[in-house]
Design a protein around this ligand. Structure first.
Ligand code: CA
Length: 746
């Protein structure tokens, strides 16, 4: 015998079972859960972590914590970093997170009240060459974790490596420059990555007022002919308004499926790269300005079964835009649309579908060997919203249906019908007629619910209401009563001024949205001020002035006073300034006394003046021209002046500057209506020589005004396809408007 000891079969079986049980028990023990309370404890725990282990951060605030989470887990036995209680661990201050290794999972963290000292908050790499693979970040929050300098660019999430997943996260309020989330393809280790980006809540991103406000970018033009193979599925994009591209796909083989775009300005753009699929997505614009759909460029793109509703965007920001290409295009320009399919999409109550868009001397290659079939385009008024900008014989049109459109865009491939729509159980609109069942999006398309995205334990923001939702604070004239009231006022509060004279000794700091108004419309409060500014809008502030009389008579005898100014420093939060039913006069203690002055790197969502009078001003009423570096940055999205009078203003009513040649912004917009300008713009310091000076404004509407003894309007059109409408105005002893490209109107 080989063995000297003898066992029967039963004993051997029992022994094997015992060994197996011991081994399994040992395995259980090694899957440790290590609770850590300090950064040192965290580092030790991560260093020792083995597959299956979980490192748990104690509840509370972790300040200035640059987390390096490095390790090698195994399939089914990842190394996990999580919170003692999800949502109770706050990473604040100068903090960030890097993952490097294999099979890592991060969950339950909240980044807020701080920003990353590096260029990224969450990176799926330690450094170049040290990537994370097969790793996952889930149920993690980044909430307003912004660098305080608006134009200090950074990213919130950068995906590198392969086979990573980013899901059920909440990213809200990115306000500084830089893409919210990017997938990088800058090495072979990060290409054909098969990442999954799913069930995330991409919360509101305010208008940036410059390029660099995309919410998701996959690739860059440099690597755009490589496949990324990234799946972007079931994500909710809620008011992602940063710039013209919500998603910029700059690589191949990506799938965008089942996402919902809610009142988001901009489009999903297939900017570079081939062979992408866009299907079952829902775009609900609800008629909000600049809401768009899908923009198609490049080869082998498939856009099918999408539902697009209430989209107002135009030109490259339309509901559906098929671009012209550049012959032999450089990698960073426009590749011709080729072998692409656009089928079974429903485009309802939307204003613009653009075919061969961008056709010009450079973009002269129209789409070829492509198909546009079984799409439903429906507008109640029977308007034709399909614009054709070049030869579209390279697209075969089949079976498309329009609602009661008289003049069809092509001879064949479209038919007009009387299409009644009914709301289905999923809340979407479909043709009532069974005969049209095969046209447009399918009946079983699933509408993603907001509550199915992001972590369930983190609240999602509601609608934004800035003014007048708070409490009323009534004040009487007296030393500092106005200043003190504003110190106490909460967001949305209304400070009501009893009749009388208010002399303001200290500049009013506006830190939250507040309204100042007269208590009695017949006996309006008089405000004078002794500092170089009456009010300063600080970051987070907005100001509404209603029914007041504001005089500059007590302001210091120095040049350059202003009634309202922004913070002198960069502001992350967009603000609103509203002036209504008010009188502003005697801004003339010295020269260059403005009503409103914007500092560089501050941004107004809206400035409105209505039913007001401005008289005797030595500077400008609205001075928004400090972004003079021609980087495409500007100071206000909408400037609207209505039913108002301007008399004896040495500077301009409005001087708005938006330089640069980049086409990534919606605005600025300017409207002047039903107002009177008398003796405006003639001061010797008004270098523009204009009563209204606009440079690079994208949408201008000037109608129903009277201009008397004033300088002309000067409108310099520089970038994009600016729309300038001037109609129904009277010009008395005022030169005709000067409108044209740079050099002509200057
Ligand atoms: Ca862009």
């Amino acid at each position: 015998m080989f063995y000297s000891m003898r066992f029967d079969n039963k004993a051997i079986t029992a022994l094997i079972a015992l060994i197996f049980a011991l081994w399994a028990w040992a395995g259980e023990v090694s899957a440790a859960e290590i609770l850590v309370g300090t950064q040192d404890e965290f580092q030790d725990a991560v260093k020792d972590a083995r597959p299956g282990d979980t490192v748990v951060l104690k509840d509370g605030e972790w300040r200035d914590f640059e987390i390096l989470f490095r390790g090698i887990g195994k399939p089914g036995k990842p190394i996990t970093l999580t919170a003692q209680n999800k949502g109770k661990v706050f990473i604040t201050g100068q903090s960030n997170l890097r993952l490097a290794g294999e099979h890592l999972v991060v969950s339950g963290l909240v980044f807020k009240d701080g920003y990353s000292p590096t260029n990224t908050v969450i990176a799926f790499r330690q450094s170049k060459g040290k990537y994370a693979n097969h790793s996952r970040v889930t149920e993690t929050v980044i909430d307003h974790f912004n660098n305080p300098e608006r134009f200090e660019s950074d990213f919130w999430v950068m995906m590198y490596g392969k086979h990573n997943r980013f899901d059920h996260n909440h990213l809200e309020g990115k306000s500084n420059q830089g893409v919210t989330m990017a997938v990088r393809l800058d090495s072979e280790e990060s290409q054909q990555n098969e990442h999954r980006i799913d069930h995330n809540y991409f919360g509101p991103r305010p208008v940036l007022g410059s390029n660099g406000g995309e919410t998701l970018r996959i690739g860059t033009s440099h690597y755009s002919l490589s496949d990324s193979l990234t799946l972007v599925e079931n994500n909710y994009f809620d008011r992602c308004n940063g710039e013209v591209e919500i998603i910029s796909s700059k690589s191949g083989g990506n799938v965008f499926r089942g996402n919902l775009f809610y009142e988001s300005r901009g489009t999903l753009t297939l900017r570079h790269g081939n062979g992408n699929l866009v299907e079952n997505n829902i775009f609900l614009g609800n008629r909000v300005d600049h809401t768009g759909g899908i923009r198609v460029i490049n080869k082998r793109q498939t856009i099918r079964n999408n539902y697009l509703y209430g989209l107002t965007g135009h030109r490259f920001g339309g509901a559906l835009v098929i671009m012209n290409g550049v012959p032999n295009s450089p990698i960073n320009r426009y590749h011709q649309v080729e072998d692409s399919v656009i089928e079974n999409n429903s485009i309802i109550a939307s204003d613009h579908i653009e075919l061969a868009a961008g056709s010009d001397a450079e973009r002269s290659a129209p789409p070829v060997s492509s198909v546009f079939s079984n799409n439903l385009v429906h507008n109640d008024d029977g308007a034709n919203v399909i614009a054709v900008h070049d030869d579209i014989s390279g697209i075969s049109f089949v079976g498309n249906v329009l609602n009661q459109v008289e003049k069809l865009p092509t001879k064949t491939g479209f038919r007009s019908a009387n299409v009644a729509l009914i709301e289905a159980d999923n809340g979407l609109l479909y043709p009532a007629s069974e005969e049209l069942a095969e046209v447009g999006a399918s009946r079983d398309i699933k509408v993603l619910q907001r509550s199915d995205t992001g972590p369930s334990w983190y609240p999602k923001p509601g609608p934004q209401q800035r003014f007048d939702a708070g409490a009323e604070i009534i004040i009487e004239p007296g030393e500092d009563t106005l200043f003190d009231a504003l110190q106490q006022a909460g967001a949305g509060d209304i400070v009501t001024l009893a009749p009388g004279d208010y002399t303001v000794r200290k500049t009013l700091l506006i830190q939250r949205p507040v309204t100042l108004r007269s208590q009695d419309a017949a006996q309006r409060a008089n405000i004078a001020f002794e500092r170089t500014a009456l009010a300063e809008i600080a970051d987070g502030g907005s100001l509404k002035l209603s029914g007041l009389i504001i005089s500059g008579k007590s302001a210091p005898d120095v040049a350059g006073n202003t009634v309202v100014r922004t913070s002198r420093y960069s502001m992350l939060n967009n603000f609103v300034l509203e002036v209504q039913d008010s009188v502003v006069l005697d801004l003339n203690t010295n020269h260059s006394f403005n009503f409103f002055t914007a500092a560089k790197h501050t941004f107004a969502d809206r400035i409105t003046i209505s039913n007001s009078v401005f008289r005797n001003v030595t500077g400008h009423v609205l001075y928004l021209n400090r972004e003079d570096e021609d980087l495409g940055i500007y100071n206000a999205e909408y400037v609207v002046v209505k039913h108002s009078t301007f008399e004896n203003v040495a500077g301009t009513l409005a001087d708005i500057y938006r330089g640069g040649t980049d086409e990534s912004t919606f605005g600025p917009h300017f409207e002047l209506a039903d107002s009177t300008l008398e003796d405006v713009g003639k001061g010797k310091r008004n270098k523009s020589g204009a009563s209204v000076h606009l440079l690079g404004v994208q949408a201008t509407s000037i109608h129903g005004n009277t201009f008397a003894d004033s300088q002309p309007l000067r409108i310099v059109e520089t970038v994009g396809e600016p729309v300038t409408r001037i109609s129904g105005n009277r010009f008395e002893t005022t030169p005709a408007p000067l409108v044209g490209p740079l050099g002509s109107a200057k």
